[in-house]
Design a protein around this ligand. Structure first.
Ligand SMILES: CC(C)(COP(=O)(O)OP(=O)(O)OC[C@H]1O[C@@H](n2cnc3c(N)ncnc32)[C@H](O)[C@@H]1OP(=O)(O)O)[C@@H](O)C(=O)NCCC(=O)NCCS
Length: 173
């Protein structure tokens, strides 16, 4: 879907997003590098929206108009770790390659630093083979901080992960 010129917005999920959500969360091209197993039913998608997205402190639907084309979250840690938050995202494959995720994550970062005053660091862990996601983070200004070898299990194998970090002080005024 070519969407150049169309504005993207970020908003909380509602249960009416379920069919759109299933388009990307049910697509193996999208879930290959995510922690999701590929969603296979509307019920499963609805349960995830209800139990994860809606109660989440900052989970957003990336939208064109009111149509959900992607998923994004900023998850602040708690207690002594509340200075940092994890960032994650995924976009419907038909929309890839148009700069949408880069724009959406930039918007979410501004919102996140405003919304969570204790936050000074955003971080993202990306599989070594996930070059598109690494490029998104580099374009935004995240620093590639290192490779965590054999860090986590995903899709049947233990994966090396790249740690990316962005400090609030890295952002240009
Ligand atoms: C990662 C993802 C969100 C990127 O979304 P997107 O909207 O296409 O990203 P953007 O268009 O903003 O930027 C993608 C960049 O990666 C580059 N890219 C894409 N595939 C690439 C590859 N195989 N190797 C190197 N660069 C690649 C693009 O050229 C673009 O860079 P450019 O603007 O310098 O040309 C999307 O591919 C996706 O949903 N992937 C599956 C889920 C996922 O991996 N989530 C992140 C988990 S950490």
């Amino acid at each position: 879907m070519a969407i150049s010129g169309l504005e993207i917005t970020l908003r909380p999920y509602t249960i009416t997003d379920v069919d759109d959500f299933l388009i990307y969360a049910g697509d193996e091209k999208v879930t290959r590098f995510t922690r999701w197993n590929t969603f296979t039913s509307k019920e499963e998608a609805l349960s995830y929206i209800n139990n994860f997205c809606i109660p989440h402190p900052h989970c957003r639907s990336i939208c064109i108009g009111d149509r959900s084309i992607g998923f994004l979250f900023i998850k602040p840690q708690e207690g002594d770790d509340k200075c940092r938050a994890d960032v994650g995202y995924a976009l419907a494959a038909e929309c890839w390659g148009q700069g949408i995720t880069t724009r959406a994550v930039k918007m979410a970062i501004s919102d996140g630093f405003r919304e969570f005053p204790d936050l000074v660091r955003l971080q993202a862990l990306v599989e070594v083979g996930n070059k598109a996601s690494q490029r998104v983070l580099e374009k935004i200004g995240f620093n590639k901080e290192g490779i965590l070898r054999k860090y986590t299990f995903n899709k049947g194998a233990v994966r090396d992960m790249v740690m990316f970090g962005l400090l609030s002080s890295d952002l240009k005024p």
